[in-house]
Design a protein around this ligand. Structure first.
Ligand code: UDP
Length: 248
């Protein structure tokens, strides 16, 4: 790709993929895709394709990692070498360690850890294809996979980024917007009883004004609520079908 200043990301009031500024990429969610995991989810958010497996609550190994009063949540974000344009070296790197840490902290806001002393809840996240916002796609999938695993939770996590491109704030940036934009802010919200309770993750690259930041939070909240509805629908559709099958 060429020089940042030469790339126009907004043409005739539309984004390069034709979306409005406050429009999400298409989202697909499938619950319970892996037989051997306690809970799982496959999710697409635009060109991002991710799969999450949840195990637990189960005994923690090595044992010295156990917490006598609550469960330990572990989150491993992994990018497949073939998931990006330029092959990624397999294995953990600084970026995946950072994403795993902030994502785990976001999920810790919802998991009722105190119910499972000495246990572990493991969340394995595989990015099969990435196109910016992969950490947000993974958190949305992880939240659904935790529900599928039957892990008791106080609510859900719904996550989306806002970027500033060509001076405009845009929801759920794709790769070109992330790469050439002026700012990128991934958000994750803790949603309880169908309303936003708090911000569980907020990161920021680049610069925005105070007014832009306030507007970005509002845009992200609106987007996250739409994602939350899709997460709920996906969970319902699995369990409604399963219970109908049981009746037959
Ligand atoms: N990316 C890449 N190679 C890498 C890491 C990232 O091509 O080793 C791409 C990938 O499409 C990713 C995007 O850059 O989604 C933005 O990465 P960032 O670190 O901002 O995280 P994300 O937006 O995916 O959460």
């Amino acid at each position: 790709m060429s020089n940042k200043d030469e790339v126009r990301l907004i043409v005739d009031g539309k984004r390069l993929d034709g979306r409005a500024f406050d429009e999400l990429r298409p989202i697909k969610i499938k619950v319970g895709v892996l037989k051997r995991a306690d809970g799982s989810c496959y999710l697409e958010m635009g060109k991002n394709k991710v799969v999450v497996a949840v195990y637990g609550p189960r005994e923690v190994h090595p044992r010295h990692l156990q917490d006598p009063v609550k469960a330990v949540v572990r989150y491993r974000y992994n990018m497949a070498p073939f998931s990006v344009e330029e092959r990624k070296r397999p294995g953990p790197d600084r970026r995946s360690v950072e994403i795993s840490k902030v994502s785990r902290e976001a999920l810790e806001a919802i998991v009722m850890k105190e119910l499972f002393p000495r246990s572990g809840i493991d969340v394995f996240v595989e990015v099969l294809q990435a196109d910016a916002g992969s950490r947000t796609a993974c958190l949305n999938a992880a939240s659904v996979a935790l529900v599928d695993a039957g892990v008791p939770m106080k609510g859900m996590i719904s996550s989306v980024a806002v970027a500033k491109v060509d001076g405009e704030l845009v929801l759920d940036p794709m790769k070109e917007e992330d790469f050439y934009g002026e700012a990128d802010m991934p958000f994750a919200f803790f949603i309880r009883n169908d309303r936003i309770e708090s911000i569980a993750l907020l990161q920021m690259d680049g610069r925005v004004t105070k007014d832009e930041f306030i507007k970005a939070v509002k845009m992200a909240k609106d987007g996250a609520m739409r994602i939350y509805k899709m997460q709920k629908e996906a969970i319902k559709s699995k369990y409604v079908v399963e219970s109908e099958e049981e009746v037959d």
